[in-house]
Ligand binder design. Sequence first.
Ligand SMILES: CC(C)(COP(=O)(O)OP(=O)(O)OC[C@H]1O[C@@H](n2cnc3c(N)ncnc32)[C@H](O)[C@@H]1OP(=O)(O)O)[C@@H](O)C(=O)NCCC(=O)NCCS
Length: 383
Amino acid sequence: MRDVAIIGVSQTKFGELWDTSFRDMITEAGLKAIQDSGIKGADVDAMYVGNMSAGLFVEQEHIASLIADQAGLNPLPCTRVEAACASGGLALRSGIMAVASGYHDIVISAGVEKMTDVVDPSPIVSTASDQEWEAQQGINFPSLYAMIARRHMYEYGTTREQLAMFSVVNHKNGARNPLAQFGMEITVDQVLNSSMVADPLRLLDCSPITDGAAAAILCPAEDAHKYTDSPVYVKASTQASGTIALHERKDITTIDSTVHAARKAYKMAGLTPKDIDAVEVHDCFSINGLLAIEDLGFVEKGKAGSFVEDGMTEIDAQIPVNPSGGLKSRGHPLGATGIAQAAEIVWQLRGEAGKRQVKDIEVGMTHNIGGTGGTAAVHILSN
Ligand SMILES: CC(C)(COP(=O)(O)OP(=O)(O)OC[C@H]1O[C@@H](n2cnc3c(N)ncnc32)[C@H](O)[C@@H]1OP(=O)(O)O)[C@@H](O)C(=O)NCCC(=O)NCCS
Protein backbone atom coordinates (compact mmCIF):
# COMPACT_ATOMS: atom_id res chain seq x y z
CA MET A 1 0.00 0.00 0.00
CA ARG A 2 1.32 3.50 -0.82
CA ASP A 3 1.18 6.45 1.57
CA VAL A 4 -1.20 9.16 0.36
CA ALA A 5 -0.99 12.96 0.55
CA ILE A 6 -3.55 15.73 0.13
CA ILE A 7 -2.01 18.42 -2.07
CA GLY A 8 -4.95 20.76 -2.59
CA VAL A 9 -8.35 21.56 -1.09
CA SER A 10 -11.27 23.93 -1.60
CA GLN A 11 -14.70 24.78 -0.33
CA THR A 12 -17.35 27.02 -1.88
CA LYS A 13 -19.19 29.48 0.32
CA PHE A 14 -21.85 27.48 2.20
CA GLY A 15 -25.40 28.83 2.51
CA GLU A 16 -28.57 29.42 0.53
CA LEU A 17 -26.92 29.86 -2.87
CA TRP A 18 -29.91 30.90 -4.96
CA ASP A 19 -27.83 32.08 -7.90
CA THR A 20 -25.51 29.04 -8.07
CA SER A 21 -26.62 25.75 -9.62
CA PHE A 22 -25.62 22.23 -8.55
CA ARG A 23 -23.19 21.95 -11.47
CA ASP A 24 -21.71 25.42 -10.86
CA MET A 25 -20.96 24.61 -7.22
CA ILE A 26 -19.13 21.35 -7.85
CA THR A 27 -17.21 22.83 -10.79
CA GLU A 28 -16.13 25.82 -8.68
CA ALA A 29 -14.94 23.52 -5.88
CA GLY A 30 -13.05 21.22 -8.29
CA LEU A 31 -11.32 24.06 -10.15
CA LYS A 32 -10.29 25.80 -6.91
CA ALA A 33 -8.83 22.57 -5.53
CA ILE A 34 -6.91 21.99 -8.78
CA GLN A 35 -5.51 25.55 -8.60
CA ASP A 36 -4.63 25.05 -4.92
CA SER A 37 -2.71 21.84 -5.70
CA GLY A 38 -0.57 23.01 -8.61
CA ILE A 39 -1.70 20.13 -10.87
CA LYS A 40 -3.38 20.52 -14.26
CA GLY A 41 -6.85 19.14 -15.00
CA ALA A 42 -5.27 16.72 -17.49
CA ASP A 43 -3.19 15.19 -14.66
CA VAL A 44 -6.30 13.85 -12.88
CA ASP A 45 -6.80 10.07 -13.15
CA ALA A 46 -10.14 9.64 -11.36
CA MET A 47 -12.78 11.43 -9.37
CA TYR A 48 -15.08 10.35 -6.51
CA VAL A 49 -18.03 12.59 -5.61
CA GLY A 50 -20.00 12.35 -2.37
CA ASN A 51 -23.65 13.22 -2.78
CA MET A 52 -26.63 12.05 -0.78
CA SER A 53 -29.66 12.90 -2.84
CA ALA A 54 -29.36 14.99 -6.00
CA GLY A 55 -32.21 12.89 -7.40
CA LEU A 56 -34.64 14.25 -4.83
CA PHE A 57 -33.13 17.69 -4.16
CA VAL A 58 -32.54 18.78 -7.78
CA GLU A 59 -34.09 15.87 -9.76
CA GLN A 60 -30.72 14.89 -11.21
CA GLU A 61 -29.27 11.40 -11.04
CA HIS A 62 -26.20 10.16 -12.90
CA ILE A 63 -24.28 13.06 -11.40
CA ALA A 64 -20.85 11.44 -11.88
CA SER A 65 -21.28 11.73 -15.65
CA LEU A 66 -22.71 15.26 -15.34
CA ILE A 67 -19.75 16.42 -13.25
CA ALA A 68 -16.99 14.90 -15.42
CA ASP A 69 -18.67 16.40 -18.47
CA GLN A 70 -19.25 19.83 -16.91
CA ALA A 71 -15.63 19.93 -15.70
CA GLY A 72 -14.34 19.14 -19.20
CA LEU A 73 -12.65 16.02 -17.82
CA ASN A 74 -14.17 13.31 -20.05
CA PRO A 75 -13.27 10.41 -20.37
CA LEU A 76 -12.07 10.57 -16.75
CA PRO A 77 -13.64 7.81 -14.61
CA CYS A 78 -15.95 9.58 -12.16
CA THR A 79 -17.90 7.74 -9.45
CA ARG A 80 -20.68 8.90 -7.15
CA VAL A 81 -20.44 7.76 -3.53
CA GLU A 82 -23.52 7.73 -1.30
CA ALA A 83 -23.77 7.17 2.44
CA ALA A 84 -26.22 9.91 3.48
CA CYS A 85 -24.42 12.68 5.42
CA ALA A 86 -21.21 10.58 5.37
CA SER A 87 -21.07 10.58 1.55
CA GLY A 88 -18.19 13.10 1.54
CA GLY A 89 -16.17 11.12 4.09
CA LEU A 90 -16.58 7.99 2.00
CA ALA A 91 -15.67 9.84 -1.23
CA LEU A 92 -12.46 10.90 0.51
CA ARG A 93 -11.81 7.34 1.64
CA SER A 94 -12.54 5.96 -1.84
CA GLY A 95 -9.99 8.36 -3.34
CA ILE A 96 -7.42 7.49 -0.69
CA MET A 97 -7.85 3.76 -1.32
CA ALA A 98 -7.56 4.28 -5.09
CA VAL A 99 -4.22 6.09 -4.68
CA ALA A 100 -2.94 3.83 -1.89
CA SER A 101 -3.61 0.71 -3.96
CA GLY A 102 -1.74 2.09 -6.95
CA TYR A 103 -4.84 1.95 -9.12
CA HIS A 104 -4.77 5.72 -9.74
CA ASP A 105 -2.14 8.39 -9.11
CA ILE A 106 -3.96 11.73 -8.96
CA VAL A 107 -7.52 11.68 -7.70
CA ILE A 108 -10.13 14.31 -6.88
CA SER A 109 -12.37 13.48 -3.92
CA ALA A 110 -15.24 15.93 -3.78
CA GLY A 111 -18.69 16.41 -2.30
CA VAL A 112 -21.75 18.44 -3.24
CA GLU A 113 -25.35 18.97 -2.17
CA LYS A 114 -27.94 21.54 -3.22
CA MET A 115 -30.66 21.40 -0.57
CA THR A 116 -32.49 24.72 -0.75
CA ASP A 117 -34.29 24.37 -4.09
CA VAL A 118 -37.10 22.25 -2.58
CA VAL A 119 -39.98 23.58 -0.49
CA ASP A 120 -39.60 20.95 2.26
CA PRO A 121 -36.18 19.29 2.56
CA SER A 122 -37.07 17.33 5.70
CA PRO A 123 -38.67 14.25 4.02
CA ILE A 124 -35.67 14.03 1.70
CA VAL A 125 -33.19 14.21 4.58
CA SER A 126 -35.31 11.58 6.36
CA THR A 127 -34.61 9.03 3.62
CA ALA A 128 -31.28 8.55 5.42
CA SER A 129 -33.14 7.03 8.38
CA ASP A 130 -35.01 3.72 8.46
CA GLN A 131 -38.09 4.44 6.31
CA GLU A 132 -40.38 1.77 7.76
CA TRP A 133 -39.42 2.07 11.39
CA GLU A 134 -38.68 5.78 11.64
CA ALA A 135 -39.51 8.18 8.78
CA GLN A 136 -42.90 6.66 7.92
CA GLN A 137 -43.86 6.87 11.60
CA GLY A 138 -43.32 10.64 11.45
CA ILE A 139 -39.92 10.70 13.13
CA ASN A 140 -37.41 12.99 11.41
CA PHE A 141 -33.76 13.68 12.26
CA PRO A 142 -34.38 16.46 14.79
CA SER A 143 -36.72 14.11 16.69
CA LEU A 144 -34.32 11.13 16.51
CA TYR A 145 -31.52 13.26 17.94
CA ALA A 146 -33.94 14.75 20.48
CA MET A 147 -34.51 11.23 21.86
CA ILE A 148 -30.76 10.71 22.06
CA ALA A 149 -30.37 14.05 23.86
CA ARG A 150 -33.11 13.22 26.39
CA ARG A 151 -31.50 9.86 27.13
CA HIS A 152 -28.05 11.43 27.54
CA MET A 153 -29.54 14.00 29.94
CA TYR A 154 -31.27 11.23 31.90
CA GLU A 155 -28.25 8.90 32.05
CA TYR A 156 -25.48 11.42 32.67
CA GLY A 157 -27.11 14.60 33.97
CA THR A 158 -26.18 16.54 30.83
CA THR A 159 -27.92 19.92 31.00
CA ARG A 160 -29.76 22.02 28.45
CA GLU A 161 -27.14 24.76 28.94
CA GLN A 162 -24.28 22.33 28.20
CA LEU A 163 -25.90 21.41 24.87
CA ALA A 164 -26.26 25.11 24.11
CA MET A 165 -22.58 25.72 24.86
CA PHE A 166 -21.60 23.36 22.06
CA SER A 167 -23.43 25.62 19.56
CA VAL A 168 -21.97 28.75 21.17
CA VAL A 169 -18.37 27.52 20.71
CA ASN A 170 -19.13 26.46 17.11
CA HIS A 171 -20.46 29.91 16.25
CA LYS A 172 -17.50 31.61 17.94
CA ASN A 173 -15.24 29.71 15.50
CA GLY A 174 -17.60 30.04 12.53
CA ALA A 175 -17.62 33.83 12.99
CA ARG A 176 -13.95 33.64 11.95
CA ASN A 177 -14.68 31.51 8.86
CA PRO A 178 -15.61 33.59 5.79
CA LEU A 179 -17.05 30.48 4.07
CA ALA A 180 -19.50 29.70 6.91
CA GLN A 181 -23.27 29.84 6.38
CA PHE A 182 -24.12 31.38 9.76
CA GLY A 183 -21.06 33.41 10.70
CA MET A 184 -22.47 35.21 13.73
CA GLU A 185 -21.63 34.67 17.40
CA ILE A 186 -24.48 33.49 19.62
CA THR A 187 -25.06 33.22 23.38
CA VAL A 188 -26.41 30.42 25.57
CA ASP A 189 -29.51 32.55 26.20
CA GLN A 190 -30.13 32.89 22.47
CA VAL A 191 -29.93 29.11 22.05
CA LEU A 192 -32.27 28.52 25.01
CA ASN A 193 -34.79 31.04 23.65
CA SER A 194 -34.65 30.01 19.98
CA SER A 195 -37.70 28.24 18.46
CA MET A 196 -38.39 24.72 19.70
CA VAL A 197 -37.74 22.15 16.94
CA ALA A 198 -37.96 18.78 18.77
CA ASP A 199 -37.84 18.96 22.56
CA PRO A 200 -35.19 19.50 23.95
CA LEU A 201 -33.53 20.62 20.69
CA ARG A 202 -34.10 24.17 19.53
CA LEU A 203 -33.29 25.97 16.29
CA LEU A 204 -29.80 26.91 17.45
CA ASP A 205 -29.01 23.28 18.34
CA CYS A 206 -29.57 22.25 14.70
CA SER A 207 -27.34 22.30 11.65
CA PRO A 208 -29.05 24.20 8.83
CA ILE A 209 -30.23 23.32 5.32
CA THR A 210 -27.26 24.21 3.09
CA ASP A 211 -26.01 24.40 -0.48
CA GLY A 212 -22.30 23.87 -1.03
CA ALA A 213 -19.43 21.85 -2.42
CA ALA A 214 -15.85 21.02 -1.45
CA ALA A 215 -12.97 19.15 -3.07
CA ALA A 216 -9.58 17.63 -2.26
CA ILE A 217 -6.74 16.51 -4.54
CA LEU A 218 -4.85 13.34 -3.57
CA CYS A 219 -1.60 11.84 -4.84
CA PRO A 220 1.03 9.33 -3.69
CA ALA A 221 2.95 10.83 -0.75
CA GLU A 222 6.28 10.29 -2.51
CA ASP A 223 5.16 12.60 -5.36
CA ALA A 224 3.58 15.31 -3.22
CA HIS A 225 6.57 17.68 -3.18
CA LYS A 226 6.49 17.85 -6.99
CA TYR A 227 3.28 19.86 -6.63
CA THR A 228 3.33 21.61 -3.25
CA ASP A 229 5.65 22.68 -0.43
CA SER A 230 3.00 21.89 2.16
CA PRO A 231 1.52 18.43 1.61
CA VAL A 232 -0.73 16.94 4.26
CA TYR A 233 -0.37 13.22 4.87
CA VAL A 234 -3.15 10.71 5.42
CA LYS A 235 -2.30 8.79 8.60
CA ALA A 236 -5.58 6.85 8.79
CA SER A 237 -8.77 6.45 6.79
CA THR A 238 -11.42 4.22 8.34
CA GLN A 239 -15.10 3.45 8.06
CA ALA A 240 -17.59 1.47 10.14
CA SER A 241 -21.28 0.61 9.96
CA GLY A 242 -23.91 0.64 12.70
CA THR A 243 -27.63 -0.03 12.86
CA ILE A 244 -29.62 2.39 10.72
CA ALA A 245 -32.56 2.47 13.18
CA LEU A 246 -32.21 3.73 16.73
CA HIS A 247 -34.39 1.08 18.34
CA GLU A 248 -31.93 -1.65 17.28
CA ARG A 249 -29.22 -0.24 19.56
CA LYS A 250 -28.31 -1.41 23.04
CA ASP A 251 -27.46 2.15 24.03
CA ILE A 252 -28.58 5.16 22.03
CA THR A 253 -26.12 7.48 23.79
CA THR A 254 -23.18 5.80 22.03
CA ILE A 255 -22.66 5.78 18.26
CA ASP A 256 -21.00 2.40 17.82
CA SER A 257 -19.88 3.11 14.25
CA THR A 258 -17.93 6.14 15.51
CA VAL A 259 -16.32 4.06 18.27
CA HIS A 260 -15.26 1.34 15.82
CA ALA A 261 -14.02 3.72 13.10
CA ALA A 262 -12.07 5.76 15.69
CA ARG A 263 -10.51 2.70 17.28
CA LYS A 264 -9.32 1.47 13.87
CA ALA A 265 -8.05 4.94 12.95
CA TYR A 266 -5.94 5.33 16.10
CA LYS A 267 -4.48 1.86 15.49
CA MET A 268 -3.75 2.57 11.82
CA ALA A 269 -2.02 5.87 12.68
CA GLY A 270 -0.27 4.50 15.79
CA LEU A 271 -1.73 7.41 17.76
CA THR A 272 -4.07 8.03 20.71
CA PRO A 273 -6.68 10.75 21.33
CA LYS A 274 -4.01 12.71 23.22
CA ASP A 275 -2.03 13.09 19.98
CA ILE A 276 -4.87 14.86 18.13
CA ASP A 277 -4.40 18.66 18.05
CA ALA A 278 -7.79 19.54 16.50
CA VAL A 279 -10.89 17.66 15.39
CA GLU A 280 -13.80 18.38 13.06
CA VAL A 281 -16.77 16.41 14.42
CA HIS A 282 -20.15 15.70 12.89
CA ASP A 283 -22.40 17.92 15.01
CA CYS A 284 -25.59 17.78 12.93
CA PHE A 285 -27.26 18.55 16.28
CA SER A 286 -25.55 19.83 19.45
CA ILE A 287 -26.07 16.46 21.18
CA ASN A 288 -24.16 14.72 18.40
CA GLY A 289 -21.20 17.00 19.04
CA LEU A 290 -21.15 15.79 22.66
CA LEU A 291 -21.49 12.13 21.64
CA ALA A 292 -18.63 12.53 19.16
CA ILE A 293 -16.22 13.91 21.76
CA GLU A 294 -17.01 10.91 23.95
CA ASP A 295 -17.05 8.25 21.24
CA LEU A 296 -13.78 9.48 19.68
CA GLY A 297 -12.14 9.07 23.10
CA PHE A 298 -11.45 12.70 24.03
CA VAL A 299 -13.47 12.45 27.23
CA GLU A 300 -15.03 9.68 29.32
CA LYS A 301 -18.60 8.61 28.42
CA GLY A 302 -21.13 10.99 29.93
CA LYS A 303 -18.62 13.77 30.66
CA ALA A 304 -18.78 15.74 27.39
CA GLY A 305 -21.35 18.22 28.70
CA SER A 306 -19.17 19.53 31.53
CA PHE A 307 -16.06 19.31 29.31
CA VAL A 308 -17.66 21.68 26.79
CA GLU A 309 -19.09 23.90 29.54
CA ASP A 310 -15.57 24.24 31.02
CA GLY A 311 -14.29 25.56 27.68
CA MET A 312 -12.08 22.54 26.97
CA THR A 313 -13.12 22.40 23.29
CA GLU A 314 -12.32 26.04 22.43
CA ILE A 315 -9.61 26.79 19.88
CA ASP A 316 -6.85 27.39 22.45
CA ALA A 317 -7.97 24.67 24.89
CA GLN A 318 -7.36 20.96 25.49
CA ILE A 319 -8.88 19.69 22.23
CA PRO A 320 -10.04 22.31 19.74
CA VAL A 321 -13.34 21.01 18.32
CA ASN A 322 -14.73 22.31 15.01
CA PRO A 323 -12.40 25.24 14.35
CA SER A 324 -14.38 25.75 11.10
CA GLY A 325 -17.63 26.38 13.00
CA GLY A 326 -18.77 22.79 12.48
CA LEU A 327 -21.99 21.71 10.84
CA LYS A 328 -23.93 24.15 13.03
CA SER A 329 -22.23 27.35 11.90
CA ARG A 330 -20.29 26.46 8.72
CA GLY A 331 -23.38 24.64 7.40
CA HIS A 332 -24.17 21.05 6.40
CA PRO A 333 -24.62 20.39 2.66
CA LEU A 334 -24.92 16.66 3.32
CA GLY A 335 -22.64 15.13 0.66
CA ALA A 336 -20.06 17.93 0.92
CA THR A 337 -19.56 17.94 4.69
CA GLY A 338 -16.95 15.16 4.95
CA ILE A 339 -14.75 16.88 2.36
CA ALA A 340 -15.23 20.34 3.91
CA GLN A 341 -14.08 18.89 7.24
CA ALA A 342 -10.90 17.59 5.57
CA ALA A 343 -10.37 20.96 3.85
CA GLU A 344 -10.52 22.69 7.24
CA ILE A 345 -7.99 20.32 8.81
CA VAL A 346 -5.70 20.76 5.78
CA TRP A 347 -5.88 24.58 6.11
CA GLN A 348 -5.17 24.22 9.83
CA LEU A 349 -2.17 21.94 9.21
CA ARG A 350 -0.82 24.36 6.59
CA GLY A 351 -1.22 27.29 9.02
CA GLU A 352 -3.70 28.98 6.65
CA ALA A 353 -6.79 29.17 8.89
CA GLY A 354 -6.50 32.88 9.68
CA LYS A 355 -8.24 34.08 12.83
CA ARG A 356 -9.36 30.56 13.71
CA GLN A 357 -5.88 29.02 13.44
CA VAL A 358 -5.06 26.36 16.07
CA LYS A 359 -1.51 26.94 17.36
CA ASP A 360 1.27 24.35 16.88
CA ILE A 361 -1.03 21.83 15.19
CA GLU A 362 0.62 18.71 13.77
CA VAL A 363 -2.20 16.16 13.71
CA GLY A 364 -5.91 16.68 12.95
CA MET A 365 -8.93 14.40 12.76
CA THR A 366 -12.24 14.42 10.87
CA HIS A 367 -15.38 12.56 11.93
CA ASN A 368 -18.29 12.25 9.49
CA ILE A 369 -21.42 10.17 10.07
CA GLY A 370 -24.48 9.23 8.05
CA GLY A 371 -27.95 9.45 9.61
CA THR A 372 -27.83 8.66 13.31
CA GLY A 373 -24.63 6.66 12.81
CA GLY A 374 -25.48 3.94 10.29
CA THR A 375 -22.14 4.89 8.75
CA ALA A 376 -19.08 6.60 10.22
CA ALA A 377 -15.87 7.71 8.53
CA VAL A 378 -12.81 8.88 10.46
CA HIS A 379 -9.63 10.37 9.01
CA ILE A 380 -6.38 11.35 10.71
CA LEU A 381 -4.20 13.84 8.83
CA SER A 382 -0.77 15.21 9.65
CA ASN A 383 1.71 17.75 8.33
C1 LIG B 1 -33.73 23.41 12.13
C2 LIG B 1 -34.61 23.43 10.92
C3 LIG B 1 -35.84 22.57 11.14
C4 LIG B 1 -35.03 24.89 10.66
O1 LIG B 1 -35.78 24.93 9.48
P1 LIG B 1 -36.95 26.02 9.29
O2 LIG B 1 -37.75 26.11 10.54
O3 LIG B 1 -37.64 25.64 8.02
O4 LIG B 1 -36.12 27.31 9.16
P2 LIG B 1 -36.26 28.42 8.03
O5 LIG B 1 -35.46 27.99 6.85
O6 LIG B 1 -37.70 28.77 7.83
O7 LIG B 1 -35.50 29.62 8.71
C5 LIG B 1 -36.08 30.38 9.74
C6 LIG B 1 -35.03 31.35 10.21
O8 LIG B 1 -34.05 30.67 10.99
C7 LIG B 1 -32.76 30.76 10.37
N1 LIG B 1 -32.18 29.42 10.50
C8 LIG B 1 -32.60 28.29 9.91
N2 LIG B 1 -31.86 27.24 10.33
C9 LIG B 1 -30.96 27.75 11.19
C10 LIG B 1 -29.92 27.17 11.94
N3 LIG B 1 -29.69 25.86 11.89
N4 LIG B 1 -29.17 27.97 12.72
C11 LIG B 1 -29.42 29.30 12.78
N5 LIG B 1 -30.40 29.90 12.10
C12 LIG B 1 -31.16 29.13 11.30
C13 LIG B 1 -33.03 31.19 8.94
O9 LIG B 1 -31.96 31.94 8.42
C14 LIG B 1 -34.26 32.04 9.09
O10 LIG B 1 -33.88 33.31 9.58
P3 LIG B 1 -34.66 34.65 9.14
O11 LIG B 1 -36.07 34.45 9.61
O12 LIG B 1 -33.91 35.72 9.85
O13 LIG B 1 -34.54 34.68 7.66
C15 LIG B 1 -33.86 22.92 9.65
O14 LIG B 1 -32.72 23.72 9.44
C16 LIG B 1 -33.44 21.49 9.79
O15 LIG B 1 -34.20 20.57 9.52
N6 LIG B 1 -32.18 21.24 10.20
C17 LIG B 1 -31.66 19.89 10.38
C18 LIG B 1 -31.13 19.36 9.07
C19 LIG B 1 -30.80 17.90 9.18
O16 LIG B 1 -31.55 17.11 9.73
N7 LIG B 1 -29.66 17.50 8.62
C20 LIG B 1 -29.23 16.13 8.63
C21 LIG B 1 -28.77 15.74 9.97
S1 LIG B 1 -28.59 14.04 10.21
